[in-house]
Design a protein around this ligand. Structure first.
Ligand code: NI
Length: 183
């Protein structure tokens, strides 16, 4: 049954056990409990300035994530795309090329860091209708995918930072991007 008044969920914060668990694969995308989780993720993400969300972040240990790159005050240079729900996602790097760029996380407020990620990946997932999809993702969107995918394996982006010197406060990050002349 369609849940017509899905509520915005609290975002789990670093330290919560659910963020450190390996999430379970979804068996049936059309199971009402699964569609409820997806709806809750959609309204919760839409209420934030985030560009992605993983189910463990709303306390659901399931392999579901949303990639929703858009320009927001948190990510002013992000390309715009339709929010994409991805169930049981998988990916492969298409080359060994690694790029280091800034990330933040709704579960780790107040902090940003430079994170190395594969620059170009091939991804596979089930959409909300349970149909298998494949996409090639590059640069920022590939980064968002890999960030959200990590949440499904109990990892957060700070686990991938190469040195503590690559971690800055949100306030310092805002200074960096406004002072930067890089397009
Ligand atoms: Ni995150």
């Amino acid at each position: 049954m369609m849940n017509s008044n899905t509520n915005i969920c609290a975002i789990e914060q670093i330290g919560a056990q659910v963020l450190r668990r390996i999430a379970m694969p979804v068996e049936r995308v059309d199971d009402p409990s699964v569609t409820d989780v997806i709806a809750a993720m959609q309204v919760t993400l839409a209420s934030t300035e985030g560009v992605g969300l993983a189910a463990p972040q709303i306390g659901e240990s399931l392999r579901i994530m949303i990639v929703a790159s858009r320009s927001t005050p948190r990510y002013p240079k992000a390309p715009t795309m339709d929010p994409t729900v991805m169930v049981n996602p998988e990916f492969n790097a298409l080359s060994n090329e690694i790029a280091k760029d800034w990330e933040g996380c709704l579960s780790i407020p107040g902090i940003r860091a430079l994170v190395p990620r594969f620059r170009k990946i091939s991804v596979r997932y089930l959409n909300q209708q349970g149909v298998s999809q494949t996409l090639i993702l590059e640069d920022f969107v590939a980064r968002v995918f890999q960030h959200e995918y990590d949440h499904l394996d109990g990892l957060v982006y700070l686990d991938r930072v190469e040195t503590n010197r690559d971690i800055v406060s949100e306030q310092e990050f805002q200074k960096l991007i406004t002072e930067s002349s890089v397009a």
